[in-house]
Design a protein around this ligand. Structure first.
Ligand SMILES: [Zn+2]
Length: 581
């Protein structure tokens, strides 16, 4: 028996089988069950997510005389003809290849005639945004006064290009990308039906590669089946898809961690030998770094892209991984426009491997106090450097950093873009990537003023206007509040580290952060409830936290802020669309 491609073999024949579009399917089913059928629909969404499939099922259901509610019989002549694609009453037009006015004029003539055998004449116009303006105008005339027996189902990946006049005469359904989990589930079902064993990781790899498109996922699976029919595992999939396996990235990260330039270059050589796509390599390494971060920070395998924890080479820590990831993201962006992608990749990866010699990680991430130049974190890198918990890995004092002989470099994050000479000099011993642990932890005025060193900071603060709430009572509990916050969220505590209680008016508790960026305010506001809850626990006062970053804090000398781990992680998850993994 000849091989039938999966997308054909597994094409859903009823709404219940359409994957990942429940919101659309439910509405269409309801309409069909109540016989409230519109005369024109438009299905929008990315390619390969089931728009045309849903259109055919809708057409089939409308014309099936034996349908039960929204379920076509799939056995009557009309149903079987539509499945085969040769029903005279259902016409599919590909607007990408028939975009002219002639086709639409023909259509306008044809719609006048009643259906041949079915109840409706149904036009499915795919990629409708490709029609010419004249063709749209001709179509519009038909849509304005459609004959009773005609239903239009327009489909498009680009609804912005469809004139508003057309959109306003159609009922719109937005199809979404199908999640990795849903696609992996479908692939697993298909493989077990085909009696082919598979691993969960292999299915995840395929599903991820398909990027939300079921059509792409099935055609990838076709390739895999054609190649290897006994067992679909990670190695097979990686091989067929030209994907890079995790060992590769682990080896690369290990080489970077030990500043082994030769080994880094050897990894790049491997990508050439194996014919890997450099853009994909750059992306893949970023995903690996992200997974490594999530492994360290959450220990939750379900959050990683492959559903399993990553082996962390050497003693790479959160701050190191964030620093590497920033260069990685930069690489990924630049790769799109690079005339010499290989040179770019070499440059960027060697930059990673020479990280601690060129700039400290804290500087790289713009977390050092910006100083008089008023440098800020580069816009493209909102992920701040941070340590898992402030007390465990204190940020280095400026004097402990190798790059401080160059003050410009120490202060300006712009210096990050300029790598130091690549190969390490013989006199330069390899250093660990993480900042030296000898520097004292940054001062904590929030805590100090309330216990460790009472009175030290009280004179610097604006006098609070006293209301019903008592600012002194809050200040007195500052140390306890910080401890309680730290036990619940080290990230939140690290943003508040060194902050000052500045005012208390009408239950609005003003808090001046010592230093930071707008993103820290956002992060803090995201934890507003937690902070207020703890303040209430500790002081018995229900207050509304109003954090600010005083201008003066930008220029204040001193310490590195230690931004939060979990906020950075949630940023990462968002950045990588992690909700689908
Ligand atoms: Zn039927």
């Amino acid at each position: 028996m000849s091989y039938q491609v999966l997308s054909r073999k597994w094409r859903p024949q009823q709404f219940a089988d359409v994957l990942g579009q429940e919101h659309v399917v439910r509405t269409l089913q309801n309409a069909l069950e109540r016989d409230r059928v519109a005369h024109a629909y438009i299905f929008t969404g990315p390619r390969g997510v089931g728009k045309t499939t849903a259109a055919r099922i809708l057409a089939k259901t409308l014309n099936c005389r034996q349908r039960e509610g929204a379920v076509p019989c799939n056995t009557c002549p009309s149903c079987t003809e539509i499945t085969r694609g040769n029903n005279l009453d259902v016409l599919e037009i590909d607007a990408a290849s028939n975009r002219g006015i002639d086709e639409i004029r023909e259509l306008r003539e044809a719609v006048k005639y009643p259906p041949t055998a079915g109840l409706y004449r149904i036009y499915i116009i795919d990629e409708v945004h490709m029609l010419t303006t004249q063709a749209f105008n001709a179509l519009l005339k038909t849509l304005e006064e459609p004959p009773q027996h005609v239903v239009f189902i327009l489909a498009t990946t680009d609804p912005q290009k469809v004139p508003q006049t057309i959109l306003s005469r159609t009922q719109r359904f937005d199809f979404r990308r199908v999640s990795v989990t849903e696609i992996a589930g479908l692939l697993g079902k298909i493989l077990s039906h085909e009696n082919i064993a598979s691993t969960a990781t292999a299915l995840q790899l395929l599903a991820r590669k398909a990027d939300g498109s079921i059509r792409d996922a099935l055609s990838l699976l076709d390739q895999v089946i054609a190649y290897q029919t006994e067992q679909v595992d990670e190695a097979t999939v990686a091989d067929i898809l030209g994907l890079v396996d995790d060992d590769y990235f682990r080896d690369l990260a290990a080489a970077i961690a030990r500043h082994d330039m030769k080994a880094v270059l050897a990894q790049i050589e491997i990508t050439f030998d194996r014919g890997y796509d450099l853009q994909e390599i750059a992306q893949g390494f970023n995903l690996y770094l992200r997974d490594a971060l999530l492994t360290i920070e959450t220990g939750d395998p379900t959050l990683t892209s492959k559903g399993s924890l990553v082996e962390i080479p050497g003693d790479l820590q959160t701050a190191d991984l964030l620093a590497l990831l920033q260069i990685g993201m930069e690489t990924e962006n630049q790769m799109r426009y690079a005339r010499q992608p290989r040179v770019l990749l070499e440059h960027q990866w060697l930059k990673m491997a020479s990280l601690d010699r060129s700039v400290s990680i804290a500087e790289l991430l713009g977390k050092l106090d910006p100083g008089p130049q008023g440098a800020t974190v580069p816009a493209q890198s909102p992920v701040p450097a941070q340590s898992p918990a402030p007390a465990q890995t204190p940020a280095p004092a400026k004097t402990a950093q190798p790059a401080t002989e160059n003050p410009r470099q120490a202060a300006a994050p712009g210096a990050v873009a300029e790598p130091k000479p690549l190969p390490p000099g013989p006199s330069e011993p390899a250093q660990p990537l993480q900042p030296p642990a000898t520097a004292p932890p940054p001062g904590r005025s929030f805590r100090r003023q309330n216990g460790d060193n009472p009175g030290a900071a009280s004179t610097a603060e604006p006098q609070a206007k006293s209301t019903g709430a008592d600012i002194e009572a809050v200040k007195a509990k500052g140390g306890n509040i910080m401890t309680a916050i730290e036990s619940r969220s080290a990230a939140t505590a690290s943003i508040l580290d060194g902050a000052q209680i500045s005012s208390l008016e009408d239950d609005r508790l003003g808090i001046h952060l010592r230093a930071g960026e707008a993103i820290h305010l956002d992060m803090l506001m995201a934890r507003k409830g937690l902070v207020e809850e703890i303040i209430e626990q500790q002081t018995g006062q229900r207050l509304s936290m109003v954090p600010t970053i005083p201008e003066s804090a930008q220029a204040a000398a001193g310490q590195t802020a230690t931004p939060p781990a979990d906020e950075a992680i949630s940023y990462l998850i968002k950045t990588f669309n992690g909700e689908d993994y």
